[in-house]
Design a protein around this ligand. Structure first.
Ligand SMILES: [Zn+2]
Length: 112
């Protein structure tokens, strides 16, 4: 059985020490449970707690002001891409029906 890479420095030299996994490169220690919990916490979620993945289709979960326009609740969002580097709290990008490609916040969409 191969051990996972270090979640901190991504080096493959992990060894087991009792129930702990240890990385000799950066001295990070963790358990499989803590790693899974961290992975779970890092997932991007919509307004209802559903996981957002690249390519997900969604709808706008609430009316959004966009300048003098309003994107109505229920408007389709396609081709969602998760931004590696969020901009101004916007963590996804998607093509919004009638508005083109926009930066959005994960908390304003609902995954279909
Ligand atoms: Zn490490």
């Amino acid at each position: 059985m191969s051990l996972p890479n270090c979640p901190k420095c991504d080096q493959p030299y992990t060894y087991e020490d009792g129930t702990m996994l240890v990385c000799p490169m950066c001295f990070h220690e963790w358990t499989e449970e803590s790693r899974k919990a961290a992975e779970e916490a890092a997932k991007l979620r919509d307004a209802f707690g559903n996981e957002i993945l690249d390519g997900t289709e969604a709808i706008i979960a609430m009316d959004l002001k966009l300048g003098s326009d309003t994107i109505k609740q229920g408007t389709k969002v396609k081709n969602i891409t998760i931004l590696e580097y969020p901009q101004d709290g916007h963590d996804i990008q998607g093509r919004v029906d009638g508005f083109g490609t926009l930066l959005l916040k994960s908390a304003v969409i609902k995954v279909r």
